[in-house]
Ligand binder design. Structure first.
Ligand code: AVI
Length: 318
């Protein structure tokens, strides 16, 4: 995500045109997730090379009792970008006396379906869905039952898709929902061997390549652009200095692309930067969150590929 979390919303067309006018052409990774993009991402999460999803799930399963004890009773669980709420079920099954669950998702249709299923599975749980772009400020619904803390669940290492400055700003926004002592259970992908990282974003089946190129198909359909999708190649590499995987679309040839009356020239080999996925050491992440949160507990897998962390809101945040 390359947008500031607080700026006034801009249309997709405005964002795309201004991103492509930059010296390093850029498109926001949030444009990956149309219907096909979301399906391709689901496929990515099941790929043998893409370790984050299954590793996080295993950490959550292996430590669920301790995680549940750490969260404690009488909480309201908020999940920004809840999607299928699959991982949340494990929390709802184990955390004692959850008072309410607030899934926040941009897709009204998907949210509706997921909530319907959750209501069947957890008939006595208060579920208050919020349809919103959670990266911008959103309103929490009233919960007319007493509870101790809000606990925010933000799995998947989506925090890695924010530039660190924006991650700090986003975490500050989340902290504003909480009183001191409130918790944030967050998935954070860890720094590791470059070969493992690069394989995860260059899978052999080419699903990540299709996911990356799907952005151009979306722009063709929704903004009437004329990208020749096959004239772009997928590239993903680990930028060691910045501590991030970068995804790009590389122009295979010199070409012009037209969008909404504007022409964009590409030289051969020129790229559009489509995503960053930051990887953190435990110390890096502790420093990143330190404005608003202290790190209360960290769970990792045996190979230290991924971490699930429980952060607690500090007292006296300015
Ligand atoms: C959603 N996000 C955490 C994924 C990641 O790993 O940064 C998106 C992704 N991009 C390519 N593969 C997966």
């Amino acid at each position: 995500m390359s947008e500031s979390t607080r700026r006034a919303p801009r249309s997709m067309a405005e964002e795309v045109l201004s991103g492509l006018q930059k010296p390093q052409k850029t498109l926001s990774s949030k444009f990956f997730y149309d219907k096909r993009g979301s399906k391709l991402f689901e496929k990515i999460t099941r790929l043998p090379e893409y370790y984050p999803t299954r590793t996080e799930r295993k950490i959550l399963r292996d430590h669920i009792d301790e995680i549940a004890r750490t969260i404690g009773p009488s909480s309201v669980i908020i999940e920004p970008g809840s999607g299928s709420s699959k991982k949340t079920r494990l929390l709802l099954d184990h955390v004692p006396d959850v008072v309410a669950y607030i899934p926040v998702d941009i897709s009204q249709e998907y949210l509706g379906k997921v909530v319907q299923r959750l209501r069947k599975a957890y008939p006595s749980l208060i579920i208050k869905p919020v349809c919103a772009d959670y990266t911008r400020s959103f309103q929490l619904p009233e919960i007319d039952q007493p509870f101790d803390y809000y606990v925010i669940f933000y799995p998947g290492s989506t925090i890695g898709n924010f530039h660190p400055d924006e991650a700090r700003e986003f975490l500050r926004m989340l902290s504003q929902f909480m009183v001191p002592g409130g918790g944030l259970l967050i998935g954070v992908d860890l720094k590791k061997d470059k070969a493992i990282l690069e394989a995860a974003y260059n899978d052999r089946k080419g699903i990540t390549a299709a996911f990356n190129k799907n952005m151009l198909k979306r722009l063709n359909r929704e903004l009437n652009a004329d990208f020749v999708v096959d004239q772009f190649a997928h590239r993903a590499f680990y930028n060691e200095e910045k501590g991030r995987i970068e995804m790009h679309l590389v122009s295979r040839t010199e070409q012009d692309v037209h969008i909404q009356g504007e022409t964009f020239h590409f030289s051969e080999g020129e790229t559009i930067h489509t995503e960053n996925s930051y990887k953190y050491s435990l110390d890096d992440f502790k420093a990143l969150v330190s404005d608003c949160f202290s790190v209360n507990k960290v769970w990792t897998d045996k190979d230290d590929l991924f971490s699930l962390q429980y952060l607690v809101k500090k007292e006296n945040i300015d």
